[in-house]
Design a protein around this ligand. Structure first.
Ligand code: SF4
Length: 255
């Protein structure tokens, strides 16, 4: 008798489904079904029910937020996880919160976004050659996923980077959490990491050698555009523009 298809509630749903996805569109659709992390499912749905006062008229997305951008991107931007009233409300990465305001302003400044803001899924925003994603696809309480939740979600990012690999030239990682999450994904996907493993820093750059038909991959570190970092001046818009402009150049997206 054939094995029943895995339920989205199973903890191994990502590990069983993600490797079989044939393109980023199929992957995105499967990500949005996932219910593998009970704590995050409860939280994302609770937030979607209760809402923030300013968004009472919104029908919150309340599900995992898939990556956003073309399926043949040369550049990936990897954050942390959707915000409770940002991506978890709008259903699009970095959309509808202060972190997204600065990220999309910077992407627009370097010619990778069709507009400088990102407010909702129907706003017409288009990205050129860049895909924005995260190692954790559900909004976590206090923006802090557990290591177990990060590991459960890893197959989605692994598959996404694998599917992008024919065109992918650079990955900008926003913050230390994303950096720690991305390194094992790249290693599992066959990219050779230096030893000792590179440490996260704003401005860090590591080039991973290519193999066979896969070209080398540039890994760049950048402070996360969280309100804490932007309010304190740790990360400014010009700093973010500098990193993204450099990433666009080494990805061949500067023409
Ligand atoms: S965080 Fe990832 S693995 Fe966990 S429920 Fe959300 S999409 Fe699934």
């Amino acid at each position: 008798m054939a094995e029943p298809p895995p339920s989205p509630d199973d903890s191994d749903f990502p590990a069983r489904i993600a490797p079989g996805c044939r393109d980023p569109g199929e992957l995105d659709a499967q990500v949005a079904r996932c219910r593998a992390c009970p704590r995050l499912v409860a939280w994302r749905e609770e937030v979607a029910r209760t809402k923030r006062a300013a968004f009472q008229d919104w029908e919150y997305w309340g599900r995992p937020v898939p990556g956003f951008g073309p399926p043949d991107a040369a550049l990936a931007v990897v954050g942390l996880a959707p915000a409770a009233h940002g991506g978890n409300r709008t259903g699009r990465m970095f959309t509808g919160d202060a972190s997204g305001d600065i990220l999309f302003a910077a992407l627009h400044a370097v010619g990778l976004a069709s507009r400088p803001d990102s407010t909702h899924r129907g706003d017409g925003l288009k990205l050129r050659g860049v895909r924005v994603t995260a190692p954790v696809h559900c909004a976590p309480p206090q923006n802090k996923p557990t290591p177990a939740e990060r590991d459960s979600c890893r197959p989605w990012l692994a598959s996404e980077l694998e599917l992008l690999s024919p065109t992918l030239r650079a990955v900008v990682v926003l913050g230390a959490f994303g950096w720690q999450a991305v390194l094992p994904v790249l290693s599992d996907a066959g990219w050779q990491l230096p030893r000792p493993r590179p440490v996260f820093a704003h401005g860090a750059q590591v080039t991973l050698p290519g193999r066979e038909e896969r070209p080398e991959l540039h890994l760049l570190g950048c402070y996360h555009p969280s309100q804490r970092n932007t309010f304190t001046g740790r990360l400014t818009l010009p700093m973010l523009i500098d990193v993204l402009r450099h990433a666009a150049e080494i990805s061949g997206l500067d023409q």
